[in-house]
Ligand binder design. Structure first.
Ligand code: UDP
Ligand code: MG
Length: 330
């Protein structure tokens, strides 16, 4: 028996939480039941935890996490010094969890992702998989707009050569080894969905249906979604800047041809006072130039931010109890 416990993987379920006071009680209830069952069935070590990362919430999220931690041995908590956004909060959680866990699962705090898939994640971990992606089957619960925009986003990313897994968000399992490799990525513009497939190692996908949010509202309004998509594209792909160069090249060729045409007309002596064509070209070329400058600026801005190497988050408090088992005290 003792030997068994030592062989079981320590699992950590990392959940970033931003103003999730409405959803948290139900989430913690379901996760606790799941972890209790997994421990009872001897699938995971009793040291396993859920790690709730408070991403600078302004509601009662942290005091809830604190009280859950006192009463529930499966709950550990991490409080960040301010709101740093989903991706960084998730990274903070992953890097904290890997200090004690072997198998790290990330999931949103609103339980939109089917938690019964966690059994499969653990099964795959035991089969030697280092990364397992949770992939959404259907999007029946999403609005038409969300469905359409998400499809468009994934298709565009894949077309632009960004290595993302289609219909996979941040619901996944990673081994300690992979999270250690993730730590070596120093970039400030974090887009984990794009980074993790570049790490490699034995990986697989499991499929599930996405459900409704248990409570509270989406913390990803349209504006944040668009910024996220733009980050994803410009952090991983130089295709847009290349497309601009191609457009610029064709424009230059076209204007050369046009200049030649104007010159011939001039020699023939029938030049009209070409105000309209002149003004049109000025506006057109001006527009293209602005577009190019803006795009180049975007990449330069990225370089600027990356060169600062600013810290991505600060941990204010960490709550973590170690359950002392017989096996571990031997
Ligand atoms: N979240 C976060 N920081 C933020 C915004 C969101 O930690 O600044 C968390 C949020 O609490 C949730 C997850 O990120 O656990 C995904 O957010 P949400 O469910 O609002 O996004 P959606 O599912 O609507 O895309
Ligand atoms: Mg959600």
């Amino acid at each position: 028996m003792r030997g068994d416990e030592a062989d079981l993987p320590i699992v950590s379920i990392v959940m970033p939480c931003y103003n999730e006071e409405e959803a948290l009680p139900e989430t913690v209830r379901q996760m606790t039941a799941l972890l209790e069952r997994l421990v009872r069935e001897k699938k995971v070590s009793e040291q396993s935890k859920m790690l709730l990362v408070d991403d600078g919430s302004r509601d009662k999220t942290w005091s809830l996490i604190d009280s859950f931690h006192r009463s529930n041995r499966f709950v550990s908590g991490l409080k960040l010094s301010r709101n740093v956004g989903h991706q960084r909060a998730l990274l903070a959680g992953l890097l904290t969890a890997k200090e004690y866990a072997d198998c790290i699962i990330s999931i949103d705090a609103d339980l939109q992702d089917d938690i019964t898939v966690i059994d499969q994640f653990i099964e795959k971990y035991k089969q030697g998989y280092e990364v397992v992606y949770g992939v959404r089957n259907k999007r029946t619960t999403d609005t038409m707009f969300k469905k359409f925009s998400a499809q468009f986003f994934y298709k565009l990313m894949i077309k632009l050569g960004v290595n993302v897994v289609y219909n996979h968000a941040d619901y996944r399992m990673m081994s300690k080894k992979v999270v250690n490799k993730l730590e070596e990525y120093q970039e400030v513009n974090l887009f984990l969905r794009g980074i993790i497939p570049t790490i490699g190692f034995k990986s697989d996908s499991v499929y599930y249906d996405r459900l409704e949010r248990t409570a509270g509202e989406s913390k990803y309004p349209l504006k944040k979604m668009l910024i996220f998509a733009w980050e994803g594209i410009t952090s991983f792909s130089v295709s847009p800047i290349r497309a601009v160069s191609v457009v610029g090249f064709f424009m230059s060729v076209m204007s050369l041809l046009f200049a030649f045409y104007v010159f011939v007309r001039h020699l023939q002596g029938n030049t009209v006072s070409g105000w309209s064509s002149l003004i049109l070209s000025i506006w057109f070329i001006g527009g293209i130039q602005l577009l190019c400058i803006g795009l180049i600026g975007e990449y330069i801005g990225k370089i600027y931010i990356e060169t600062k190497k600013r810290p991505k988050y600060f941990v204010e408090t960490e709550l973590h109890n170690v359950v002392v088992t017989e096996a571990k005290t031997q």
